[in-house]
Design a protein around this ligand. Structure first.
Ligand SMILES: Cc1cc2nc3c(=O)[nH]c(=O)nc-3n(C[C@H](O)[C@H](O)[C@H](O)COP(=O)(O)OP(=O)(O)OC[C@H]3O[C@@H](n4cnc5c(N)ncnc54)[C@H](O)[C@@H]3O)c2cc1C
Length: 436
């Protein structure tokens, strides 16, 4: 039941972004944050997800220290966030490093996504997560001076702010920015997570997160917490080719894939790789999608914004999405808390200013991530069908871009910079509520 004396925030989506935002707001007595999630249960869907030091620090700041625990998070013992191996010889060609200042418990970790989602959800009062509530539309009630959000089941709720944290294909984004569409990138991924017992017998089974690169595809393997193991095979297809587009129509995180297709893709690889994919019991296939960056995240007459993939559907590259989502959720909450910090009246213009503060904190960084990923995808598409010598492959592995600016991005610093640069400009009107 809604408490009218409290500032109401409706969060659409119980993924990492939505849960992080709600956790960051739960101790703010003047805020009543409620999550609306379209699925009827938080099911065990998905495979491996990574958090870099930025996401790990954010979870700790949120008080979700149990997500950093070995019972949920798997980190490489050598301390290297990623180790790169050759597809034929299995030799280590290169590895990533953390900056020296990154403490061990903030090292890059891999999670079985359901473990991470459930750990986050445990930090919230279950009565604030409303399942089976799929966002449909939103309007502004002049009399109430509130947003009215309607769901596919015909019910509705009122709120002062709407946060769309509803993932890559975000219905909230599409409602407010009808021109925003996701497009397939052609980067197609087979994902499997299963008990390690399926592969335990394989001599030299990698015991750390390892990315094996071949000329036209990669295989990522890693142990996970709770005795699990993950295999993720990725290859680039032409995004404009009809078969890929057809698959995109059915794209979902739980689409069954043919494990024989996965095995076929890695037939010419080393005996070690072949034994891993041969022992992989099942797979799911996910063709990655991306959307262009938005001009602004301040929508709905200054009362609506977005977080996570909904705000910046970059297409899943560089394993950046989980940390970006956690950082967005945290930054959104800081902007709201800042709004409520004084005793002055909180009106529509103030809300717009708070959402702009959030946008200034996060968008410059995520715009850069999106552009970087887009360039990478274009390069990958250009390379389709081209042969690559062994020397060229090794050079490509060794000369990877340094991505610490993504994985070690300091959201706290960005927030304090945005706060000190704060000036209240005119409310940015945008989207479909603009005319109301
Ligand atoms: C089921 C699932 C499995 C995934 N598995 C993986 C994986 O294995 N590896 C990986 O790297 N990434 C995976 N992802 C994506 C990854 O979680 C995100 O890229 C990243 O964590 C950013 O999180 P997010 O909170 O922005 O979005 P998401 O994690 O996508 O969460 C969005 C949430 O919004 C909900 N939602 C969507 N539409 C509506 C609506 N109309 N109304 C209400 N709620 C809605 C979704 O059900 C979901 O719970 C998965 C996403 C989902 C939804």
């Amino acid at each position: 039941m809604s408490d009218p004396s409290r500032f109401r925030i409706a969060i659409i989506g119980a993924g990492i972004a939505g849960l992080s935002a709600a956790i960051a707001l739960k101790d703010e007595p003047r805020v009543d944050a409620q999550i609306y999630e379209k699925t009827s249960e938080l099911r065990e869907v998905g495979a491996t997800i990574a958090l870099g030091p930025n996401g790990m620090k954010t979870l700790e700041r949120l008080g979700v220290s149990d997500a950093l625990d070995e019972s949920v998070a798997f980190r490489n013992e050598t301390g290297h966030p990623m180790i790169y191996r050759h597809y034929k010889t299995d030799e280590v060609v290169s590895f990533d490093t953390h900056s020296e200042s990154v403490e061990q418990h903030h090292h890059t970790a891999r999670f079985f996504r359901p473990h991470l989602q459930q750990t986050l959800a445990r930090h919230l009062d279950p009565s604030t997560i409303h399942l089976g509530k799929a966002f449909q539309s939103c309007s502004f009630d002049e009399e109430l001076q509130k947003l009215v959000i309607t769901f596919v089941d015909g019910s509705s709720e009122v709120a002062d702010i709407l946060l769309g944290a509803d993932g890559i294909h975000s219905p909230v984004r599409q409602f407010f920015v009808s021109t925003s569409k996701t497009r397939i990138t052609g980067w197609t991924t087979f994902r499997s997570v299963f008990p390690i017992s399926h592969v335990e017998h394989i001599p030299d089974l990698p015991r750390e997160a390892v990315h094996i690169w071949g000329p036209d595809r990669t295989l990522f393997v890693t142990p996970l917490a709770q005795g699990l193991f993950s295999v993720v095979g990725s290859h680039q297809e032409d995004p404009d080719a009809p078969p890929a587009e057809a698959r995109h129509q059915a794209a979902a995180w739980d689409s069954a894939g043919a494990v024989d297709d996965l095995r076929e893709l890695y037939k010419p690889w080393s005996p070690l790789v072949r034994s891993i994919v041969d022992a992989t019991p099942y797979t799911k296939v996910y063709p990655n999608s991306a959307a262009d960056g938005l001009e602004t995240w301040v929508l709905g007459g200054g009362r609506v914004t977005l977080a996570g993939d909904a705000a910046h559907a970059h297409g899943g590259a560089y394993a950046a999405g989980g940390s970006l989502a956690a950082d967005d959720g945290w930054a959104f909450a800081q902007a709201v808390k800042n709004l409520l910090a004084g005793d002055s009246f909180v009106g529509g213009a103030d809300i717009g200013a708070a959402l702009r503060l959030y946008e200034r904190t996060r968008k410059p960084h995520t715009d850069r991530v999106q552009k970087t990923v887009r360039r990478r995808n274009e390069n990958m598409v250009r390379r389709i069908g081209k042969t690559e010598s062994d020397e060229e492959l090794r050079s490509r592995i060794s000369n990877r871009p340094d991505l610490r600016w993504i994985h070690e991005h300091d959201a706290v610093h960005a927030f304090s910079e945005a706060l000190s640069a704060s000036t209240s400009g005119p409310t940015e009107l945008n989207g479909r509520l603009e005319s109301l």
